[in-house]
Design a protein. Structure first.
Length: 285
């Protein structure tokens, strides 16, 4: 093979990469499979609309909504039911989640307050989310680094720092038209933002670039399902209905970001190395 041909080929690839956007690179799905089966399951113990699920490193917790003081439940690591209580103060839950220290946090209906659990069923106000748009129904979660509160509505993710100061928003590219209640939920796996609708999980990076979709076999698709979806203990969780079954799916995202697609800069370095190799070969031939 002549050096001139290889040189022109590599330069052509370099030129294409230099004009390629991150969006085009992210067109390759981060999901390794078009569908996944559940790898864990347990019975839900909520009497009304089931909200999200959290894991504090020892126990699972599931919350219910529909009234202030709505019960939420505690389970052991295998999903066996431990107890159910009405929280103090009363919270009409819209999400439960944990921080980087595995403290259990909660957000209630139409509230800017983030609560922290001090003991099972006992909560204290921790942070007020100020500024921006926080829909009454939205599930609040933390980003993968544990440094920002996030909430989604109709494909726009709002961000607050840990002190509750609004940081701006990110639009999820290609989100489309999604109805209630799926349009007000969000789950986070590392640097990936995850949404759920009718059995399909979709992923975006922190800048809103679409990363791909996959289908969850046997996952619930009803009203409670779209309220409940969560990411906890390395699994994506969905309930089928209140008092029904939670199913956890290992999406094999891997790493902090779960994004195994090479970045353009990495590809450029490889190709530049090839050009250097062929240039040296030509001089010494």
């Amino acid at each position: 093979m002549k050096f001139g041909f290889v040189r022109h080929l590599a330069l052509g690839v370099l030129a294409a990469l230099s004009t390629a956007s991150l969006t085009s690179v992210h067109a390759v799905s981060i999901f390794s499979s078009a569908s996944y089966s559940a790898t864990a399951s347990f019975t839900d113990h909520n009497p009304s609309t089931t909200m999200t699920l959290a894991w504090d490193g020892v126990n699972y917790y599931t919350a219910s909504g529909g009234g202030y003081g709505s019960p939420y439940a505690k389970y052991d690591a295998s999903g066996n039911f431990v107890a159910s209580v009405s929280p103090n103060p009363g919270i009409d839950f819209r999400s439960v989640f944990t921080d980087s220290s595995n403290n259990l946090l909660a957000r209630g209906f139409s509230s800017n307050t983030i609560y922290r659990q001090t003991s099972f069923g006992q909560f204290t106000a921790q942070t007020q989310l100020l500024g921006g748009t926080l829909d009454a129904q939205s599930a609040v979660v933390l980003n993968g680094a544990g440094t920002e509160y996030l909430a989604e509505l109709n494909g726009t993710v709002s961000r607050w720092n840990l002190s509750g100061t609004y940081l701006g928003s990110v639009a999820l590219s290609g989100y489309g038209s999604v109805g209630y209640p799926a349009n007000r939920g969000l789950a986070v796996a590392g640097d990936n933002l995850l949404t759920y609708l009718d059995g399909t999980v979709s992923a975006w990076d922190l800048q809103g670039h679409f990363l791909g979709s996959t289908f969850l076999l046997g996952a619930g698709t009803g009203f409670d399902s779209e309220f409940s979806y969560s990411y906890a203990n390395g699994l994506f969780w969905v309930v089928d209905q209140a008092g029904g079954t939670w199913r956890g799916y290992d999406l094999a995202l891997g790493g902090a970001s779960g994004n195994a697609v090479p970045e353009p800069a990495s590809l450029l370095l490889v190709l530049c190395g090839l050009l250097g190799f062929f240039a040296v070969s030509r001089r010494t031939a």
